[in-house]
Design a protein around this ligand. Structure first.
Ligand code: FAD
Length: 456
């Protein structure tokens, strides 16, 4: 098994590398190794009836397989350098935006043409936010929705599948440097290549760490975002979501001057479980198809936690907090905002009597037993700040699911070509620690494919 290029991981980063290589250098022999399943085989066993919550599958169908963590995501492609990663620090702001727009063109030409592009340009909501100590970040966002995102991925796969070799259910165990390239080792074989693109995302973070250790590639890690997912009636946020779809709003708390931000807003969506390395946290989806919409909007409120020397394991810190919620709730905990404010746990009865119908079956409990006080205080302060621009946010019945943790992969030392100290070994997407979003991960994939196409 000898290839010109091997791509490890078929998330957005890997897929867009593959797509660009096929377009720019169709003569190259390319293989894609993916630990998860092909797109059509990806099914989360939670059906709301027989299986109500996460059963911790060996390979999580939500996080792994063709499409990566992005496959069942809300498909919000944010075209901006303001958030979603720091790709621009490596390739420049102009190039980063150019590639994000190029990715958008590919998505729209593969089934996403009828989806909407939202923008903060010229919105009056920016001023209203500012007047209430909130900062609305600038972005354009293409909302594919979970359903159209799936169709786009399917169409891209159809174009790729006969032009290169795909190996699903084949997690790469080891990566070795050879005299003329790289060798990848999997359960029942090996393969060799001249250039290797590693795009293993968040689910591959532990593996990436081990590769960096073995190959002596420097890394650093000092940040984790911890918080809750808020669920409330969609009408409360309609003014913001109808115009902007997703609004990234930042607030600096008065008490500690901590930075709290909204993240991953899902109008008329559902709250879902997320399993990262066996730890169950919470996330959200929404649908472009009006028929699949719910009456609720959900979004995360996250507090950024940066650590300084000597502590290095920021993800370990986040995992411990998530584990605590799993220990108390058997998974994700849900609490009414009114119960949190009154210092009491939520119960099934109190949730049932509330006006917000939960879209995720979580265990009613008390988030104050899980989240550190400083983080909880920040979240409560921001809920009251948001209440000023979207009255009703701080209602007693607003639901808070916890915990939501945004793990940041450690940052792998790469140069401005996204190449490690080994020539021809590229690390891209969320696995590099440089990107944290669909558009940045995809753009990094296009970027390295162009680099390789130029060199080979
Ligand atoms: C529920 C959910 C909703 C989201 N919504 C949005 C959104 O709306 N907008 C947005 O911008 N971002 C969103 N995100 C984040 C987004 O999905 C990621 O930023 C993006 O998928 C990163 O792409 P990637 O290719 O770097 O990694 P991933 O998508 O994580 O893909 C990595 C792939 O590598 C595979 N892999 C890992 N290790 C190995 C190995 N050793 N061998 C072989 N294969 C391996 C994995 O199975 C996986 O398929 C969401 C994430 C989740 C979980």
């Amino acid at each position: 098994m000898k290839y010109d290029v091997i791509i490890i991981g078929a998330g957005p980063g890997g897929i867009f590398s593959a797509y660009e290589l096929m377009k720019k250098k169709p003569e190259l022999k390319v293989a894609v190794f993916e630990g998860g399943a092909a797109l059509e085989e990806r099914h989360c066993p939670i059906d709301g009836e027989k299986v109500k919550s996460c059963i911790k599958c060996k390979s999580c169908a939500i996080m792994s397989g063709f499409g990566g963590a992005g496959a069942f995501s809300d498909g919000k492609y944010n075209i901006t350098n303001d958030f979603g990663g720091t790709l621009y620090e490596y390739i420049g702001k102009k190039k980063a935006l150019e590639l994000m727009k190029y990715v958008d063109e590919i998505n729209t030409s593969h089934g996403g043409a009828d989806t909407k592009m939202y923008s903060t340009a010229g919105t009056g909501l920016k001023k209203i936010c500012m007047q209430n100590k909130l900062n609305l970040l600038d972005a354009s966002v293409r909302h594919l929705g979970t359903d159209i995102n799936y169709i786009v991925l399917g169409n891209i796969y159809e174009e790729l599948k006969n032009k290169m070799d795909f190996y699903f259910h084949t997690p790469i165990q080891k990566l070795k440097v050879t005299s003329d390239g790289y060798q990848v080792i999997f359960a029942d074989g090996t393969a060799e290549c001249k250039k290797c693109i590693v795009s293993v995302g968040r689910s591959g973070s532990k593996w990436m760490e081990s590769v960096c250790k073995e190959l002596d590639i420097p890394t650093k890690s000092n940040r984790v975002d911890i918080g809750v997912r808020v669920e409330l009636p969609a009408v409360i946020f309609a003014e913001l979501t109808d115009e902007l779809y997703e609004s990234k709003i930042v607030y600096h708390t008065e008490k500690f001057e901590d930075r709290v931000r909204t993240f991953c807003m899902n109008p008329y969506g559902i709250v879902v479980n997320e399993n990262t390395n066996g730890i169950v946290t919470v996330n959200g989806h929404s649908f472009e198809d009006v028929k699949k919409r719910t009456e609720n909007t959900n979004f995360a409120l996250l507090v950024a936690k940066h650590f300084s020397e000597p502590f290095k394991d920021s993800n370990g810190y986040g995992e411990s907090i998530a584990r605590l919620s799993n220990m108390l709730g058997g998974g994700v905990i849900v609490q009414r905002f009114g119960d949190l404010e009154r210092g009491r746990r939520s119960t099934v009865k109190r949730i049932e009597e509330g006006t917000v119908r939960p879209t995720l079956a979580a265990t009613p409990g008390d988030l104050s037993l899980v989240l550190p006080k400083r983080i909880l205080d920040g979240i409560i302060e921001m809920i009251y700040a948001l209440d000023k621009i979207a009255p009703g946010t701080a209602n007693d019945d607003t639901l808070l699911y916890g915990v939501e943790v945004k793990f940041y992969n450690m940052e792998v030392a790469i140069n401005k070509n996204l190449e490690t100290k080994y020539e021809g070994l590229y690390v891209i997407g969320d696995g590099s620690g440089v990107t944290h979003s669909l558009s940045h991960a995809s753009a990094s994939g296009v970027f390295v494919a162009d680099e390789i196409a130029e060199k080979m």
